[in-house]
Design a protein around this ligand. Structure first.
Ligand code: CIZ
Length: 343
């Protein structure tokens, strides 16, 4: 990190600010907060100097969410807020598809992804050429694509969905179409088909991608914990397997999971998803009890404060998101269709 020297008072005020966010509840002690404070002070100053904004996905590291993010949420919320921001630069603390979505919606802004390793197993499971082949095999069938995909895959799609709005959008589309193609998450596709009473592949053609985090939870993540924690409410992300989903109390995206916790009063909660959500829930609802059950996503956790600082100071070409205009325009059309159908 750089050599900025902060006054003792500035450091103490920053430590108090960080402490008040709830980081202490996650085990960040006085020493850890002191180390973080210098970094967050510097990044927050750089952010102002560069007219930049930092969105952070809920799966990001806690020090990013609480120390430097301007707004936090799921990919749907972040895409909307990024499109509205007045800042000229977006330093996206999330994964590549999220940064690309920001660029698709706001091409005039500089969009930076601090760690190039922040890709994703779902996005990597399918190419634009795969989608073109599917469309040739199933002509005139609308392509519904989970937001967790690269820009060129979005460009081949008719409408984008997120975990927050997939069910609603599919319901609306099925009123006008007998069959849909759903990409790329096979587990989410199977969950949606079951919920909507649709047959695979007669009514839903589903790609075979999976999320490296959610595919690893199974039924064994549920029953023993119910016995050990009477009354526990178990929430699973909609990228989990149908077998697991059939055993839990609630299934949805991260925003829905947080809303469920907020609006209920159970003795304890178990959030079956990436660990960042449980960390965030612990700081948002300090009076509620959370049973640990999560996995770390190597892509979501690729970015740390040092990456953000270096990117703000001197972005490297491979951190700058660029999307060919023809692809961007087509991908934007599919995203706009999502906004239209989900609202
Ligand atoms: O859509 C998102 O943000 C992802 C990847 C998960 C979720 O449910 O928030």
């Amino acid at each position: 990190m750089g050599t900025a020297i902060w006054s003792k008072a500035a450091i103490e005020t920053e430590i108090e600010r960080l402490e008040a966010t709830g980081l202490g509840l996650l085990g960040y002690d006085e020493n850890a907060l002191r180390i973080l404070a210098e970094k967050t002070l510097k990044i927050n100053r750089l952010k102002k100097e560069k007219n930049a904004v930092i969105p952070a996905h809920v799966y990001q590291r806690a020090e990013i969410i609480h120390g430097i993010a301007d707004f936090t949420g799921d990919s749907y919320r972040l895409s909307k807020l990024c499109a509205e921001t007045k800042a000229s630069t977006i330093v996206f603390c999330g994964v590549r598809f999220m940064a690309e979505t920001a660029k698709i919606l706001s091409p005039e802004k500089t969009v930076l992804l601090p760690a190039i390793e922040a890709g994703g197993s779902l996005a990597e499971s399918i190419t634009a050429n795969d989608v073109r082949k599917l469309k040739a095999q199933h002509p005139n069938i609308p392509v519904v694509t989970y937001i967790n995909t690269n820009a060129d895959v979005k460009a081949e799609s008719d409408v984008i969905v997120t975990s927050a709005n997939a069910k609603r959008i599919l319901e609306r589309l099925f009123k006008e179409h007998e069959k849909l193609i759903f990409l790329p998450d096979t587990l989410m596709g199977k969950n949606l088909a079951k919920e909507l009473g649709k047959k695979i592949p007669e009514e839903m053609v589903i790609w075979h991608g999976t999320c490296v985090v959610h595919e690893n939870f199974d039924e064994s993540s549920v029953e023993p914990y119910r016995k050990m924690n009477p009354g526990v409410k178990i929430l699973a992300h909609s990228e989990c397997s149908p077998g697991l989903v059939s055993l839990v109390d609630f299934v949805g995206g991260t925003g829905d999971m947080l809303r469920y916790v907020e609006s209920t009063n159970a003795p304890s909660y178990m959030l079956v998803t990436e660990c960042g959500l449980g960390d965030l829930a612990r700081t948002k609802y300090p009076d509620k009890k959370f049973i640990p059950m999560c996995r770390l996503c190597p892509y979501m956790k690729a970015i740390d404060l040092d990456h953000v600082e270096k990117t703000l100071e001197n972005p490297q070409p491979d951190q700058i998101i660029e999307i060919p205009e023809a692809i961007r325009v087509k991908a934007k059309r599919a995203l706009k269709e999502m906004f239209r159908l989900s609202e």
